[in-house]
Design a protein around this ligand. Structure first.
Ligand SMILES: [Zn+2]
Length: 523
């Protein structure tokens, strides 16, 4: 039997499984709604009760995903499907894979990891505040040991690090990442040097816009990019994020940073890219909601979608030219006498200067503030150190020394304390290993999909040409046709190959950077 549209009796196992998954999805989305509220609206005193609410839901979700009742439902559906190919076969294969992963883990280990994460996060915050890695080191040692134990219980035919990376980037391997990252290691330092040589042309960054103007600009950007208030709402949070609360309920957040007038706008562009992808995933009909095929392909593909709208569109010269009059009007309103530059129309001088404001080219210590050129070297650094910690023999105590040494080699920068070195990211405080490469893959995937898009839309430069005409809709339409519908039918690399006709590689990203850099540093 290969159709879910067959006889009533034949439908029973799949329908029962579907109903079970539907309830699991409802619980998961209640968890997301609580998380969204916690980060956007909840008063501080609510945190203790919220913690209990989230813990209760987490327990219930874990129970549902590993219960005997679920195992029976899945087995009955598999028996009905009898290994036939097609979307439902793929759904069942993915559900089986996830069930086995949950099932192989000892419940005691799951509890120990949750405890170590809570403790690790608290120790990391303390260590970061003091700039002292030794405060966090014992917790990190415990987390490394527990994650190694987790990988050994999962017993996949992969290294420890590769096993831990699978949930973020299905089928990824160290050998593949080494091939993809080698050209970045080789070529990015020279591009950074080229950018440094033109540093004197960077316009003043000592200007700002009122919060209200920034939020208004964010909403204008969203309105121009197809925002539908019936399906999406926005809010502010300490760290911008996007989340899906239901098949027709999407949220994004942004934040206003003092002294960084374009930060909220770029964060909005980034999170809107994530949200557009979520909104475009196949989430209707019996095949897709709540089946796994309606989920994102991988974290790398997800990030490629946010980076496309943030960098390829939002930081493009065409977009800068269109945006400048609105920014100039907001700036003049806030600085009626010309502010610090009386008589000057704006702190960025001219349109090329404003484009440079959207693309500061200054390698720094902090990954989340890095420019497009240096960003991937921050990821290479973390990837190498994670491998050494989990698959190699790097003792935890030696992490800061190795971090600082590789930072000097890759970016020619030397952290003055651990807070701007190996303590800067939250990921390791929760033992989250294997995630970082997805950020770099997002840049590579975005560039290669961008090339394929330009091939279809009129050749090199056609993305900027459409942006110049205010035609973001055709870019979105292309993504909605080629990228969004695939969901988990494929992995990240298969998606790129299917859409672009070629294996994923670093060259399209490097070519994009080289061309953009030359235009940015031009007098
Ligand atoms: Zn993102």
């Amino acid at each position: 039997m290969t159709s879910i549209q067959s006889s009533d009796q034949g439908q029973a196992p799949l329908q029962k499984l579907r109903a079970y998954l539907h309830t699991t999805q409802l619980l998961g989305s209640i968890q997301s709604a609580l998380y969204y509220d916690q980060n956007t609206a909840m008063p501080a005193a609510g945190s203790e009760w919220r913690g209990e609410q989230l813990a209760l839901l987490a327990q219930q979700l874990h129970g549902r995903q590993s219960s005997g009742a679920y195992a029976d439902l899945l087995a009955a559906a598999e028996a009905q499907w009898e290994g036939a190919p097609g979307p439902m076969g793929r759904n069942l294969q993915l559900l089986r894979q996830e069930f086995e992963r949950q099932h192989r883990l000892d419940a005691a280990l799951v509890g120990h990891i949750a405890q170590a994460q809570a403790q690790g996060y608290a120790r990391w915050q303390e260590a970061k505040a003091k700039g002292d890695f030794s405060v966090f080191a014992p917790s990190l040692q415990v987390l490394v040991g527990l994650r190694q134990e987790q990988a050994s219980q999962l017993a996949e035919p992969r290294s420890c690090w590769e096993t831990l990376a699978q949930p973020f980037e299905p089928d990824i391997s160290k050998a593949r990442l080494d091939v993809l990252f080698a050209p970045l290691r080789q070529e990015l330092p020279a591009l950074i040097e080229r950018a440094r040589s033109a540093a004197s042309r960077q316009p003043s960054t000592a200007w700002d816009l009122p919060e209200s103007s920034q939020l208004k600009l964010c909403q204008e950007l969203l309105n121009g990019w197809g925002f539908d208030p019936n399906r999406c709402q926005t809010a502010r949070s300490p760290h911008p994020f996007s989340c899906t609360l239901g098949p027709a309920d999407f949220r994004i957040t942004t934040r206003v940073v003092a002294g960084q007038p374009l930060s909220a706008l770029l964060a909005t562009a980034h999170e809107w890219g994530h949200s557009l992808y979520e909104q475009g995933l196949p989430r209707s009909g019996d095949h897709y909601f709540p089946w796994p095929l309606g989920d994102a392909t991988s974290m790398g593909v997800h990030e490629s979608q946010s980076l496309f709208w943030e960098c390829r569109v939002g930081r493009s010269q065409a977009f800068a030219q269109g945006l400048e009059p609105s920014i100039a009007a907001a700036w003049s309103l806030a600085n009626p006498g010309g502010g610090a530059n009386p008589g000057s129309p704006s702190p960025w001088r001219n349109s090329q200067g404003f484009w440079r404001c959207l693309n500061p080219l200054e390698p720094g210590m902090i990954r989340v503030e890095a420019d497009e050129i240096s960003y991937c070297l921050h990821i290479v650094l973390r990837y190498e150190l994670e491998l050494a910690l989990l698959d190699g023999d790097l003792p935890v105590a030696e992490l800061p020394g190795h971090w600082n040494q590789r930072m000097a080699e890759l970016l020619d920068l030397r952290p003055s304390h651990d807070s701007e070195g190996c303590l800067q990211d939250v990921h390791w405080s929760e033992g989250l290993f294997g995630y970082f490469p997805s950020y770099a893959l997002g840049h590579l995937i975005s560039a290669q999909l961008g090339e394929a898009m330009e091939r279809d839309l009129g050749g090199a430069g056609s993305i900027e040409a459409r942006v110049a005409k205010g035609d973001g809709a055709s870019l979105k339409q292309w993504l909605a046709e080629h990228v969004y519908p695939l969901g988990r039918q494929v992995n990240g690399e298969e998606l790129v190959k299917q859409v672009s006709g070629q294996d994923l590689r670093a060259e399209p990203f490097l070519a994009y950077l080289r061309a953009k850099l030359e235009r940015l540093v031009a007098p």
